[in-house]
Design a binder for this molecule. Structure first.
Ligand code: AMP
Ligand code: MG
Length: 417
């Protein structure tokens, strides 16, 4: 009699179970703001000043008091010149100040006229005068002090993953160094006797049954994008002793051990018995397609335990289980709270006639008409689908799709970065 099948585990439940184990790693790094792209803030950034620091001109032109320009054509003597970077004197009533973009608005002035609305009248000595050909509105072309950031504001909160705009924002409040979460240390290895590294054997000399190791390349790249320090242990042969040795070695200095392949329950799948020799392991059958086999465990080591995650070997399964399960976990290790990818409603321009029992992630591409096209081969072994696509449709179990239906689209920018 065949053993009873365990019910499939819903993806959301698997993710919640994983995140419950993802305590932020102890320790932080201090890095220069220049080097902080992609890192996660360990400490909130509070502004010690307002930005802009004072009212300043957003145009090259003249600063005036509106009361002095009741009608177009008024001529005012120019009493001072204020380039960016210098502070002017209070504006004498009945005069104008020549002013340039970014320069502080002098006390007393309440509007800027752009130079296109003015006519400079030269004089033999001094700054001459200016004819003003427009009636100003109060505060026109003035950028107000503090309109971007007020003093004491939390500009960036702890747990923020820094992007280029945020580096600029941190710099705008004078921060040249930032406290960030330390990088998770991840050990990566691939299992499978069929695997050959590109570069080791040329295509025409590949032995029958051999394939190139592709998972190692995208898994490593995705880990690096997520801010991890990666140690690549290469390919581990399909033998229990070799697998145990590799795991033991990896567990000592890593926060996470990530493997691909060997998590099914065939005789050639050694991950489960090997991890169980050293620690604990749960093998899950996740209700997702592609995907399904996934393992989570822990291997004790001095001062705690290394997390273990085993991904399926099929390339697209590996790719998507990484994106949907490992990525949020690795971000949470760094203190990121909001780790859910954003799905958006988009029109399907394709047919998906056969519903599946599992929640499916279909590789699709955005077309110029704002709809989604489907890659023709959705097999879990066809990595071309992931390279071709812009993202996936998150299709609930039991759901067919007809052209014009609204579906949930998750862009790869939400899953891979
Ligand atoms: P497994 O999960 O070990 O049973 O592998 C499932 C399928 O994925 C098999 O066809 C393997 O040859 C393939 N596979 C496993 N690991 C890799 C890898 N690193 N790169 C490319 N294909 C792989
Ligand atoms: Mg295998």
């Amino acid at each position: 009699m065949r053993p009873a099948m365990k019910p499939l585990k819903p993806l959301d439940e698997a993710l919640a179970d994983l995140l419950a184990q993802a305590q932020p790693l102890p320790g932080t790094d201090t890095v220069t703001t220049f080097d902080a792209d992609g890192r996660v803030l360990a400490q909130s950034c509070v502004s010690a000043l307002q930005v802009p620091p004072q009212d300043n001109s957003s145009m090259d032109g003249y600063a005036v008091r509106c009361a002095d320009v009741a009608a177009a054509g008024v001529v005012l003597p120019v009493s001072q010149r204020i380039p960016a970077g210098s502070a002017g004197d209070p504006l004498l009533p009945g005069t104008a100040a020549r002013i340039f973009t970014g320069a502080p608005v002098p006390a007393g002035a309440d509007a800027i006229l752009m130079q296109e609305d003015c006519e400079a009248l030269a004089a033999a000595d001094g700054l001459g005068s200016v004819r003003i050909n427009a009636v100003p509105q109060a505060r026109q072309w003035i950028r107000s002090a503090g309109e971007d950031i007020t003093r004491g504001a939390v500009v960036l909160s702890a747990g923020t993953r820094l992007t280029p705009a945020e580096l600029g924002l941190a710099a705008s409040i004078g921060l040249h160094q930032l406290q960030v979460a330390r990088r998770p240390r991840v050990a990566l290895f691939s299992t499978g006797d069929e695997l050959v590294m590109p570069g080791e054997v040329p295509p025409e000399q590949m032995r029958p049954g051999a394939i190139y190791n592709s998972n190692r390349f995208f898994l490593r790249a995705m880990l690096l994008r997520l801010g991890c320090e990666v140690t690549d242990f290469g390919i581990v042969p399909d033998r229990r002793d070799a697998t145990i040795d590799a795991l033991r070695q990896a567990s000592s200095a890593h926060d996470l051990i990530l493997t691909s392949g060997g998590v099914s329950v065939g005789e050639e799948d050694h991950i489960k018995p090997a991890v169980e020799t050293l620690g604990t392991l749960d093998l899950w059958q996740i209700a997702m397609k592609p995907g399904k086999p996934f393992a989570y465990g822990q291997i004790p080591r001095e001062g705690g335990a290394a997390h273990f995650m085993g991904l399926p070997g099929n390339p697209v399964s590996s790719f998507l289980t990484f994106a949907l399960l490992v990525r949020p976990f690795v971000l949470r290790l760094q203190g990121v709270q909001d780790v859910a990818p954003q799905a958006v409603a988009v029109r399907a321009d394709f047919t998906w006639p056969k519903a599946d029992k599992r929640r499916e992630f279909l590789r699709v591409r955005l077309n110029a008409a704002g709809g989604l096209d489907l890659f023709s081969n959705q097999s879990s072994g066809v990595l071309t689908s992931a390279a071709w696509g812009d993202g996936v449709v998150d299709n609930p179990a039991g759901q067919t799709i007809a052209p014009g239906d609204t579906v949930q689209f998750i862009a790869f920018s939400e899953l891979l970065g």
